[in-house]
Design a protein around this ligand. Structure first.
Ligand code: AMP
Ligand code: MG
Length: 411
């Protein structure tokens, strides 16, 4: 136990968690399944792309100098000596002075030609073409290797793959790709007061929300979630469900982490010999938060209230999942925004649910409603978190504050 009963700052918590992560192994999957997965190896091109000089337009391959002085009223006339289609060959074809070859987009540029004039700037008649405009050298001309050179590292280990990256694999003739495995994640809810969706709800009971928000977040970050159900507030029930959860790479529970009479998560940890790194974070909302490890399994005890469950997931669990998958970029983007209302300080790192807008290229932000930790509605209406660090006494209307863009990709 490293920080038993100690309270850590948000930065310390993040550091401790990231230092505890050992990336998962890898697997080989079809590129069609690889979107959002994290690349396990550098991809070095063995080929040149495009492999040969080719045309960027449908038109005529010619010698640029032949078009000097050409205009609508004074066109240059060139003799057409052939045609090359996309997929065709330029072998044996050569453009000489005063000649042109009809060429399609993607077709190889024939010897002698140094530019292509598009059809729209020409008129063809009886074996000749009139050119109505001057052409610069390398006009509409794709140069071999301008896309990818042999030996280029085109993708790096640790990148989360996006559509354009998948396109690079296709262009380099890769059918499959080596990616980090996805973490398996067990999700546990705790509390006698919880009733799952569809179940009869008695007076004093509330719906189980956290299992579903956590499930959604785990999916979003490419983990493989398994919802194990609700543990009643007894040692026996909580232990039974945790024993099932130990099959996973990551265990996420919510609720039961405070020091209440019926909060059993910490007791379970000591029972199961979980190494606990910290039990509270100086953050609001979301102060009770445990992080521990058993073997290489990461065990997160999230707060019960439905808002800090999500906000703490974003700050602490999300980066851990991404690091398990080897991702190098794990930071949510932050920007400065003009505050549209006064915010009172709290003696903690304060995360407020906010809604930003952009006017005249500037960010503005206001709170998105009631900030009580149990009011999920304002989280549902939020598109960012307003970050007021621990040492800031008061943030006033018109001041610039940091906002975290929670719905945007990591940078
Ligand atoms: P606890 O830390 O267990 O005392 O929970 C704190 C608050 O969060 C209580 O009001 C709980 O009812 C609520 N809560 C705990 N778990 C959930 C859940 N899965 N869904 C919605 N609310 C919850
Ligand atoms: Mg509880």
């Amino acid at each position: 136990m490293k920080h038993k009963n100690s309270i850590v700052s948000i930065e310390e918590a993040q550091k401790i968690i990231l230092n505890s992560v050992k990336p998962l192994k890898h697997e080989i999957i079809p590129i069609m399944e690889a979107s959002n997965r994290v690349l396990y190896e550098d991809i070095i091109s063995k080929i040149l792309l495009p492999p040969v000089d080719n045309s960027a337009m449908d038109g005529y391959a010619l010698i640029a100098d032949d078009t000097l002085g050409a205009s609508k009223y004074n066109p240059v006339k060139l003799q057409i000596i052939g045609e090359i289609q996309a997929g065709g060959s330029a072998v044996g074809k050569q453009v000489l002075k005063g000649k042109a070859i009809r060429i399609m987009t993607g077709a190889p540029i024939p010897k002698g030609a140094d530019s292509v004039i598009r059809f729209e700037d020409t008129e063809e008649k009886a074996g000749y073409v009139k050119i109505f405009t001057e052409s610069a050298r390398y006009n509409n001309y794709r140069i071999a290797g301008e896309n990818i050179k042999k030996g280029d590292t085109v993708l790096h280990k640790g990148e989360r793959l996006r559509s354009a990256n998948i396109g690079i694999f296709a262009s380099l003739n890769y059918n499959t790709v080596k990616v980090y495995k996805q973490p398996t994640v067990s999700i546990i809810s705790t509390g006698n007061e919880l009733a799952d969706i569809g179940k009869n709800i008695k007076t004093g009971q509330i719906r189980n929300i956290n299992a579903y928000t956590i499930y959604s977040e785990v999916k979003k970050y490419n983990g493989i979630p398994d919802y194990l159900g609700i543990a009643k507030d007894t040692l026996k029930d909580t232990k039974a469900i945790f024993l099932k959860a130990l099959k996973s790479d990551v265990i996420i529970s919510s609720g039961g982490v405070s020091t209440g009479k019926y909060d059993f998560i910490r007791d379970i940890y000591s029972d199961l010999n979980v190494e606990i790194f910290f039990e509270r974070i100086n953050i609001k909302p979301g102060r009770p938060f445990t992080f521990g490890k058993k073997d290489n399994k990461l065990i997160f005890g999230l707060p019960g209230n439905s808002v800090p469950t999500i906000t703490s997931f974003i700050q602490f669990v999300r980066p851990a999942l991404l690091s398990l998958m080897g991702a190098k970029r794990i930071k949510k983007p932050i920007v400065k925004a003009f505050l549209e209302e006064d915010i009172k300080s709290v003696n903690a790192h304060h995360l407020l649910r906010g809604f930003f807008t952009i006017k005249n290229d500037e960010f503005y932000v206001s709170t998105s409603g009631n900030q009580k930790p149990s009011v999920l509605r304002s989280m549902s209406d939020a598109n960012c978190l307003i970050v007021i660090p621990e040492n800031v006494i008061k943030a006033k209307t018109g001041e610039k504050v940091t906002i975290q863009l929670i719905d945007h990709d990591e940078i």
